[in-house]
Every structure is written in C-alpha cells, then in structure tokens.
Design a protein around this ligand. Structure first.
Ligand code: HEC
Ligand code: HEC
Ligand code: HEC
Ligand code: HEC
Ligand code: HEC
Length: 210
C-alpha cells in the first residue's frame, strides 16, 4: 500500500513538473514570438525628452552613411560608469559592461534587401526630420516592438510625389548646450529654418530597388 502511495505521488509530482516545464517552454516561445527582446529596456524619454540628449549621441552615422547606427556598449558607458538612477536596468547595463558583453539590439524598422535607403540623403541632404518617418521617439519609455509609423513602398512614394506636403518638419542640427556658459552667454536657440521648397523626387523603380 505504501508503495502505491509513493508511486502515485511520484506520478503526480512528475505530471505537475512536466506541466510546469511545458508551460514555461510555451511562455518562452510565446514571448519571443510576440515581442521584440532587447538586451536593455532602453528608455528614449528619459534621455531625449528629460535630458535633451540629441539623437546623434547614440545614432552617430546618419549624416554620412546609409544607416543611422545603433549605440554600442562604449557609448552608453560614456555616461553610465557610475549610477545616475536607481533603475534596475541601469544596474544590469553596468553588469553587462563589466562582463564585456556587447549590446545586440534587434532591429524593428527594417527594409527588405532589395530596397536601398539612405539616411544621409534624407536627413543631411533632404533635411527631413527623424519624426517625419519615425514619429515621436522621444516619447517612448520602453523599446518599441513595432515602428511608430509603418514604412512601406507607398509611404516612400507618397512623399516623393509631393514632398512639400509630407515634409512637415525639417531636421535642424541641435546646438550642444555649454553647461558652464552663463545664461546670457548661452547660445540662442537655433532660429526656425524655413522649410525648403522641394521638387518632386524620383519614383523610378531602380532608384529604390537593386
Ligand atoms: C525619410 C524617412 C526617414 C527619416 C527622415 C529618418 N529615417 Fe531612420 N529609418 C528609415 C528607414 C526606411 C529605416 C530602415 C532602413 C533599412 O532597413 O534599410 C530606418 C532605420 C533607422 C534606424 C535603425 C537602423 C539603422 O539605420 O541604424 C535608426 C536607429 C534610425 N532609422 C534612426 C533615425 C534618426 C535618428 C533619424 C533622424 C536623424 C532618422 N532615422 C531619420 C527612414 C527614415
Ligand atoms: C549622454 C549621457 C548618456 C548616454 C550616452 C546614455 N545615458 Fe542612460 N541615462 C543618462 C541620464 C542622465 C539618465 C538619467 C535620466 C533621468 O534623470 O531619469 C539615464 C538613465 C538611464 C536609465 C534609467 C532610465 C529609466 O528607465 O529610468 C537606463 C536604463 C539607461 N540610462 C540606459 C542607457 C543605455 C542602454 C544607453 C546606451 C544605449 C545609455 N543609457 C546612454 C545619460 C546617458
Ligand atoms: C542615449 C541613447 C539614445 C538617444 C539619445 C536616442 N536613441 Fe534612438 N535608440 C537607442 C537605443 C539603445 C535603441 C535600441 C533600443 C530601442 O529600440 O529602444 C534605439 C532605437 C531607435 C530607433 C528604432 C530602431 C529600429 O530598430 O527600428 C529609432 C527609429 C530611434 N532610436 C530614433 C531616435 C531618434 C529620432 C532620436 C532623437 C530624437 C533618438 N533615437 C535618440 C538609443 C538612443
Ligand atoms: C517624407 C519624405 C520622404 C520619404 C518618406 C522618403 N523619401 Fe526618399 N527622398 C525624399 C527627398 C526630399 C529626396 C531628395 C533629397 C535631396 O537630394 O535633396 C529623396 C531622395 C531619395 C533617393 C535618391 C533619389 C535620387 O534621385 O537619387 C532615394 C533612392 C530615396 N529617396 C529612397 C527612398 C525610400 C526607399 C524611401 C522609403 C523607405 C523614401 N525614400 C522615403 C523624400 C522622402
Ligand atoms: C521611393 C522608393 C520606391 C520606389 C520608387 C519603388 N519602390 Fe518598390 N518598394 C519600396 C519599398 C520601401 C519596399 C518595401 C516595402 C515593405 O517591405 O513593406 C518596396 C517593395 C516592393 C516590392 C515587394 C512588394 C512586397 O510585397 O514585398 C515590389 C515587387 C516593388 N517594390 C516593385 C516596385 C516597382 C515595380 C517599382 C517601379 C514602378 C517600385 N517598386 C518603385 C520602395 C520603392
């Protein structure tokens, strides 16, 4: 009798164990499939809106390359060697840095291989503000799981056909504030630059496709 009791218990325990395991596996698969996992729950709002950090601090290449570029660990650590908040994520960042782990950000806004897109051409030459294509990134408190604005072929074409209608904000390079400057000597806010008058842009397939 005792033996059957034990056997039953073993069966129950292993069934429960198996169920928990299955549940966990399902959960892991589900969360991976459902969202985008980023190494750190990065907060754009805390940096951009609260601290006025310009996009270029972390996205360093949009003036000279096709890609805007995403920040490497060394960029974050320029400011986070010592704690600046009590955030657990910030602590995790420092631990990762100590273990010399790199930050493998998952791309959310991504075009297929057959599309050619250049940030330099649009931001530096075209003077289009980031928000025209990416929405208000400075509002985000967690990494996006999908782009704020869906960028598909029509989105590109609509603007190329009528750029003056779609380019609602021009990109103005921010003036780096000099922390030590006396208030009256602080640089003036950049004067509002007039929107340029755009000519319609090409809609030739080969301009955007390779
Ligand atoms: C005209 C539209 C447009 C504008 C303006 C624009 N982007 Fe993008 N951005 C895109 C597209 C399209 C992609 C995806 C490109 C690809 O996959 O080839 C992208 C991708 C990105 C990415 C991820 C991949 C990468 O390039 O590193 C970042 C970061 C980014 N943009 C930041 C910015 C910032 C910062 C600005 C402003 C300085 C900006 N973008 C302005 C359209 C735009
Ligand atoms: C130019 C300096 C600077 C850089 C570069 C920088 N940070 Fe920060 N970070 C700050 C400051 C300042 C705060 C505190 C903001 C506040 O007062 O809430 C902060 C806050 C944080 C927090 C806590 C925010 C929250 O959710 O409360 C995290 C996490 C963080 N940073 C991660 C990063 C990561 C990851 C990178 C690199 C991609 C990075 N930081 C790059 C200055 C910086
Ligand atoms: C202090 C660093 C920092 C600053 C400043 C910053 N970003 Fe980011 N940005 C990141 C990090 C880290 C990621 C990847 C994690 C995420 O998506 O939140 C990212 C992701 C993005 C993406 C999504 C890329 C993709 O994969 O689709 C866009 C678009 C973007 N940033 C635009 C901007 C714009 C526009 C500004 C200025 C208004 C800005 N960022 C300022 C660190 C920064
Ligand atoms: C909000 C407006 C806008 C959006 C959205 C936009 N573009 Fe453009 N694009 C422009 C402007 C303006 C220029 C011309 C810039 C200049 O040279 O002054 C341009 C130039 C180009 C060029 C160079 C054309 C040439 O004649 O050499 C290519 C290629 C291009 N865009 C591809 C794209 C792709 C791909 C997308 C979508 C992923 C896109 N654009 C989205 C406004 C836009
Ligand atoms: C201004 C840039 C631009 C021009 C011009 C353009 N395309 Fe595209 N096209 C794109 C982008 C960006 C995508 C990817 C959209 C996405 O992934 O949602 C795309 C996707 C496609 C696709 C794949 C559709 C799919 O469902 O995956 C085909 C096919 C295509 N384009 C054909 C053409 C043809 C043919 C022309 C000329 C008549 C053309 N494109 C002109 C930007 C452009």
């Amino acid at each position: 009798m005792r033996n059957t009791g034990i056997t039953q218990r073993i069966i129950i325990i292993s069934t429960v164990g198996l169920a928990v395991l299955l549940g966990m596996t399902f959960f892991v698969f589900k969360t991976q499939g459902a969202g985008v996992q980023q190494p750190i729950a990065y907060n754009h709002q805390a940096h951009v809106k609260k601290k006025g950090e310009p996009c270029q601090t972390c996205h360093r290449y949009f003036e000279e390359r096709d890609v805007a570029g995403r920040p490497v660990m060394a960029t974050c650590i320029e400011c986070h060697t010592n704690p600046v908040t009590k955030s657990k994520e910030e602590e995790k960042l420092r631990q990762m840095a100590e273990q010399q782990q790199e930050l493998a950000w998952t791309r959310v806004t991504v075009m297929p291989d057959h599309v050619r897109f250049s940030h330099m051409r649009h931001v530096k030459v075209g003077r289009i503000d980031c928000s025209v294509c990416h929405g208000d990134m400075g509002e985000l408190t967690t990494p996006p799981t999908k782009p704020n604005i869906l960028i598909n072929m029509n989105f590109c074409l609509d603007c190329h056909r009528a750029p003056n209608e779609k380019i609602t904000k021009v990109y103005v390079k921010p003036v780096k504030k000099d922390k030590d400057a006396e208030p009256e000597k602080a640089p003036e806010k950049p004067t509002v630059i007039k929107k340029r008058n755009y000519e319609p842009v090409t809609t030739d397939c080969i301009a955007c496709h390779r």
